[in-house]
Design a protein around this ligand. Structure first.
Ligand code: ATP
Length: 290
């Protein structure tokens, strides 16, 4: 544990959890060990808490120069709204989301939050405004309390308990003889996938960022756990600008806007009802999903 604390502490403001980042990001340890190739501009400003109005303006990006992936993407998410990205595997949904915290740099166009180019913000302050919920949850050997508090070091006991409750973890905690003092990790209790996800959600309640990226779980959870997580996520997303990478259509019906991404870029957008009526790609995906 001791080995972990210091570096964790240092990047805590950055992002709560990512051993692998969203899908293919550099590993957590790599991230700390290697000099990041994306550096702050000399004039970058540390921004405080943003409102969260997100704009992608004519964004171009490719992991390699010979394979452009995004060719002029425009996307606007008003502060506090939820946009869901759907589309076939490999279309670029994860990539779009990973540009916002600047895990990768756009090659053309720009991304702004509240009108400011994200490259003019320090990465630490930018990422301090973004919470990421994804399948891989970074846990360290320690107590449940310490693992939740990792969302915001220095959180009080009351804040930790409140975050756990909102993340629907309180039942889990109540069932453990040692409660929040339960050791997790190799020598302690092994948490289930659903419990880990709720722990990640609790961290973000503590962090309280205005912007949220949800990489929806693909793995099947039992219905009770699924309902608890969906409830917690809905509460977490309320009032925050939210970008959802949807792997299933059922959970995004209520998104303010659904964007269908294919290799051709954004091919459709609208509400669930609009897209079903439009009879395009989304309608077909919807029909397949039953
Ligand atoms: P899925 O639904 O399977 O998660 P996706 O729509 O999120 O797919 P991305 O993960 O954004 O798609 O991938 C878009 C393309 O970029 C794919 O062809 C993928 O192989 C490629 N790609 C993704 N990450 C990297 C990376 N780190 N380096 C190189 N290519 C990558």
């Amino acid at each position: 544990v001791g080995v972990f604390y210091r570096p964790l502490d240092k990047i805590n403001a950055v992002i709560e959890t990512y051993p692998k980042g969203i899908a293919g990001f550099r590993s957590f340890l790599d991230l700390m060990a290697t000099e990041p190739d994306i550096t702050d501009r000399p004039q970058a400003q540390a921004v405080g808490k943003l409102r969260g109005e997100v704009r992608f303006e004519d964004v171009h990006f490719g992991y390699t120069p010979d394979r452009p992936l995004l060719r002029g993407l425009d996307l606007h998410i008003p502060a506090g709204r939820t946009v869901a990205l759907v589309g076939p595997s490999g279309a670029g949904k994860t990539t779009i989301c990973s540009l916002l915290p600047r895990f990768y740099e756009v090659t053309g166009g720009r991304i702004t939050i509240d009108g400011t180019d994200i490259r003019d913000m320090t990465q630490e302050s930018l990422r301090g405004n973004i919470g990421i919920v994804q399948q891989d949850v970074f846990l360290f050997a320690g107590t449940l309390r310490e693992n939740i508090a990792y969302g915001r070091l220095g959180a009080t006991e009351a804040e930790i308990r409140d975050a756990a409750r909102r993340a629907r973890l309180d039942d889990v905690i109540a069932d453990l003889p040692l409660g929040l003092d339960t050791l997790i990790g190799e020598r302690g209790v092994k948490l289930s996938g659903g419990q880990k996800q709720r722990l990640a959600i609790a961290r973000i309640f503590l962090k309280n960022p205005p912007i949220l990226i949800l990489d929806e779980a693909t793995s099947a959870l039992d219905t009770v756990t699924e309902a608890a997580i969906q409830g917690a996520l809905a509460e977490l997303a309320a009032g925050r600008t939210t970008l959802v990478i949807a792997h299933r259509l059922g959970t995004i019906r209520n998104a303010d806007r659904i964007i269908v991404v294919t290799e051709q870029g954004i091919v459709e957008e609208g509400t669930h009802a609009e897209l079903v009526k439009a009879g395009g790609v989304y309608q077909r995906l919807h029909a397949q999903a039953g």
